[in-house]
Design a protein around this ligand. Structure first.
Ligand code: GDP
Length: 420
């Protein structure tokens, strides 16, 4: 770990515009591809007689391993710059990209938007910028990628930049002064060094732009919220719930409550990385055990919090949603599965209260009959089974969700208020 301030960074952009390549390049340039992996690739490269040890070779292997789903998972990769310690909070090209962006283990503070110079603004560029705004991402760095493909043309760069600026204005992204950097993730231009390929450019290169990001706001004083990922039985210890602390701290001796299972007790021990600790905080993955709480008392989807300030269980809640893709229309009575933190619960959209103009955030229609892809709306939701969820204004980490149906993410949203 590092003493530098931490940033959760999302890499967003249209498919094939170079997100994975950029992540690979950032890991490579900052020396964050694990040494044993580099060593292994170096040996393979030599065996195959591939003379020099090339970035492309590392990338090919990272891509291959990613496809096989082993060893390297681009999501949750980490690297550091002079200024910050970065965690990449989403897996570029991941099937559940949107869902991860919303319910992902950690919310992104800032994002790099990758736009290919030879393609410009594409459908997912729009979608992701819109989501980034909805989800409260602070700053965008726009990496105009594949500059090598357009012969490092300054004119093309300016055209793409103008197109993106127009888009940012349309969705009212609050930062007018988003930073643009022309790069080639593949060739390594303007990532860690000015290679001279774009002598017309004198702005910050990508690592400098990352260094210049504002520091994330310090963690809130929110109470403990620890969504339970799994519940294990470990001999000699007993029942061990595990999960990632979203807010607050967990200490041995604390009195905790699991909701909605509605059980609780005193925390006996807390473990991180197989070692007992005196305290764990936001971002820590912990295993712990609680006096009197057995394996059948709690389950995945429960949230652990202080006994005197327990997680909220919602009878109904109001939420703002954005419909990403739905083959037809959504009407009142629709009951898809809501994914919130580690919980998956069928919920009925009881009422569509308002249709919202996705560009301005203003109310466009009261009580519409239906909403469809591209629409934003305020809806009233009733979980079909008890669900612990919180207003995102109070505990953002516990206030977002994705709506899934027919094997895909159809909408994303944030909780506005909860009726208990
Ligand atoms: P993603 O879908 O956004 O993650 O895109 P990838 O990183 O998988 O890249 C898509 C394709 O574009 C791959 O074949 C990459 O090798 C290629 N690519 C990515 N960045 C660059 C670049 O800067 N220059 C060139 N020439 N090709 C690139």
């Amino acid at each position: 770990m590092s003493d530098k301030p931490h940033q959760n960074l999302a890499i967003i952009g249209h498919v094939d515009h170079g997100k994975s390549t950029l992540v690979g390049r950032l890991l490579f340039e900052t020396g964050s591809v694990p040494e044993h992996v580099i060593e292994q690739y170096r040996e393979e490269a030599e065996e195959k007689g591939k003379g020099g040890f090339e970035f492309a070779y590392v990338m090919d292997n990272l891509a291959e391993e990613r496809e096989r789903g082993v060893t390297i998972d681009i999501a949750h990769q980490e690297f550091d710059t002079d200024q910050y310690y970065f965690t990449i909070v989403d897996c570029p090209g991941h099937r559940d990209f949107v869902k991860n962006m919303i319910t992902g283990a950690s919310q992104a503070d800032n994002a790099v938007l990758v736009v290919a110079a030879d393609d410009g603004v594409a459908p997912q560029t729009r979608e992701h910028v819109f989501l980034a705004r909805t989800l409260g991402i602070n700053e965008l760095i726009i990496a105009v990628n594949k500059m090598d493909v357009v012969d490092y043309s300054e004119d093309t760069y300016e055209e793409v930049k103008e197109e993106v600026q127009k888009l940012l204005k349309q969705v009212r992204f609050k930062s007018d002064d988003a930073t643009f950097v022309p790069i080639s993730a593949f060739e390594g231009d303007n990532i860690a060094e000015r290679t001279g390929a774009m002598s017309w450019y004198d702005g910050p290169i990508l690592l400098e732009a990352l260094n210049d990001l504002p520091e994330p706001e310090p963690p809130t004083n929110a109470p403990l919220r620890l969504p339970i990922q799994d519940v294990y039985t470990i001999s000699g210890i007993g029942t061990v719930p595990v999960g990632r602390i979203e807010t607050g701290t967990l200490n041995p001796g604390d009195n905790v409550s699991f909701q909605p299972s509605d059980v609780g007790g005193e925390v006996k021990t807390v473990e991180m990385h197989h070692e007992e600790v005196d305290q764990a905080g936001p971002g820590d993955n912990v295993g712990f055990n609680v006096r009197g709480v057995g394996k059948d008392d709690i389950r995945r989807g429960d949230v652990c919090g202080p006994a005197d300030d327990p997680p909220t269980v919602a009878e109904t809640f109001k939420a703002q949603i954005v419909v990403m893709q739905h083959p037809s229309v959504i009407t009142a009575g629709y009951t898809p599965v809501f994914h919130a933190h580690t919980a998956q619960v069928a919920c009925t959209i009881e009422a569509i209260d308002q249709k919202i103009n996705p560009k301005t955030g203003e109310v466009a229609e009261e009580n519409p009959d239906f909403i469809k892809s591209g629409d934003a709306a305020v809806v009233t939701v009733r979980p079909q089974k008890p669900l612990s969820i919180e207003p995102s204004g109070e505990i953002p980490e516990l206030g977002s969700f994705a709506i899934r149906d027919m094997g895909q993410t159809i909408a994303a949203g944030k909780v506005l208020e909860v009726t208990e």
